[in-house]
Design a protein around this ligand. Sequence first.
Ligand code: PHE
Length: 347
Amino acid sequence: MSLLEQIGKLKEEALGELAEASGAKEIEAWRIRYLGKKSRLNDILRGLSNLLLDERKEVGAGANRLKAELEKSLSQKEQALSRKQIESAGEEYLDVSLPGRSLPVGRLHPVTQVIDEMSQIFISMGFQALEGPEVEWDYYNFEALNIPKEHPARDTMATLWVDYETDGGDRPMLLRTHTSPMQIRVMEKAQPPLRVVVPGKVYRYEATDATHIPMFFQIEGFAIDKNITMADLKGTLYEFSRRFFGRDRKVRFRCDYFPFVEPGVEMAIECAVCKGSGCRLCSNSGWIEILGAGMVHPKVLERVNIDPEVYSGFAFGMGIERIPMLRYGIDDIRLFYGSDLRFLRQF
Ligand code: PHE
């Protein structure tokens, strides 16, 4: 019998026996017999060097093919066996003592947490929370807020304009630079009494650094009714400060100018780091400005057909990111939007 014939016969024999083998022991014995050091196949492979070149090639290739085939069949057989064992073990295979797989727990972004907390304070004072569009008309962002085309106040809000084909008319579109346009949108639709807060994103065309980013959050608030006065504005913001920053934190109002309020104010809180004595964080003033506010300008009310002789109101607008920055001593606003989980997981 030629070597090639012997290889063919060996294959038949080996696969036949493997098919018959049932337990792990039998399979192992089969492996030693057909793939072990002393197997016939190994003898053939070892004897190759004694053959003439042509024959060596042919026999070598055949023997190696057989070896690969037997190894493959063996691993299939082993897999089938272990599958069968698992199946026959049935329910007993369940190991109830194994620890469960824990799922990663998500959490709210620190800015979202602050928005929720602030909104909740105002909601408990009778305000309702609304949201508005981030892509806005010039009309709502400026014009209706008493900031006409050539008004210098436009320069203080570096605007991102949206290139938009208008339908023949002149309706410039932009990314809102503050949440105040929602004052107009709400008053256009609803009659006083109104008490509304509007958290949301605003955009300004500014270079990025530790305290500036082109997208940030504000929360707007306003109340319109008969007999609303500056005292209501101050009372509301004092109460907010007490609940959010604590009873002992001092609050200061000073005059400021915004075209859509008269009079206008800014509110500052006592610096948390130096307790008012002056430090780097508060530029040695002891105070940190957190919002602009004032009494809604009669011209703004007139524009939305609310009679300023009958109604009055206050409005305020606060930057959001500064608040957790002050609270937790975060010195770079970009951390909020870097998606670095090592930072975000701390909140
Ligand atoms: N919209 C103003 C700003 O972004 C803040 C503000 C809101 C001032 C409401 C007065 C009243 O600077």
